[in-house]
Design a protein around this ligand. Sequence first.
Ligand SMILES: [Zn+2]
Ligand SMILES: [Zn+2]
Length: 389
Amino acid sequence: MTASKLDQFRAYQDELTAIRRDIHAHPEIGLEEYRTADLVASKLAELGIEVHRNVGKTGVVGVLRNGNGQASIGLRADMDALPIQESTGVPWASQNPGLMHACGHDGHTTILLGAAKYLAATRNFNGTVNFIFQPGEEGVGGAEAMLQDGLFQRFPCNAVFGLHNSPGLDVGHVISSHGPRFAGCAFFDIHITGKGAHGARPDEGIDPVMVAAHLATALQTIVSRNLPAQEAAVVSVTRIQSGDAYNVVPETANLAGTVRAFKRTVMTKIEANMTRLASSVAAGFGAEARVDFRNLFSAVVNDPQQAEAYEAAAAAVMGEERVHRNAPPTMASEDFGAMMEVVPGAHVHFGNGPSASVHNHRYDFNDDAIPYAAALFAEIVERKLAREA
Ligand SMILES: [Zn+2]
Ligand SMILES: [Zn+2]
């Protein structure tokens, strides 16, 4: 009996763990992944894979062709770290003060390198695999930067597949769904201008703090009163700033926060209602308000056909009972959605075991998860680019 795909990847465990911990020790902020991109490029080159640098600033694409098949597939991993001071205490902890791989992108990068190693060695597929190492996933537009650089014109893909680790989910398990996986995300700033005055004589001014307070409350009616109850959305005011003194009515106030929704139409409606509320609430107090609304992430929406194939691949690698289909989507966001708007694809979460949550200063990627996720990437390639029997 031949070794299972998982067993073949377990043989890479020590090598891949060393790579993962090396990347973890040297985290880089989004769009500045110079060392990480160097490492990725040199590993791909060692495997005999064609390497393209600077696709979306620090992005790297590896191209592996086999046979005469015209079909192609994209596998995507993200490479960036977060501006967090690490406190895991592990021997491979960040050597860069104030920066940390707190979202497991060190693991994702390693997983894609592992899949590349296996596919370059075994070549049990017919067509082209594009290994997409994306920079700047954490809100700085890395996916968009790659698309702007002609990612899918230069490296055409019939389908794209991504994944993200999930703390709390057992290692070797996958969650998936057909349809939305991550919400779309926008950030907003609302600048309120009133009229400054002495704190003892507010009647001589226009108090922007009152406008901010009323507006923060009014914004909570957008989801509850303006959207159909079936449409999931979040409006969070996460920052209110105004004033410097006990006895001064300030001139200005600023509100900021984030919006999440699964549909473009819902996001557009929230923006319109926010703009209307801001200007009319401010006008009611004699003040003015200006809204700066920025759409950052598209929703990640799994193509049903690609999700089905991805789930079947996961079941083949991990066992049917470890693939949890029809999982509810998360209101968090992933900029892979920008790629999936161009090319149909699917994204799944895989288990990271009982770790701290992502974006926490005690989080660490679980190396035991590497063989499962890398084998999943390899399996979907061998299924989508199957050789003639
Ligand atoms: Zn993250
Ligand atoms: Zn992440």
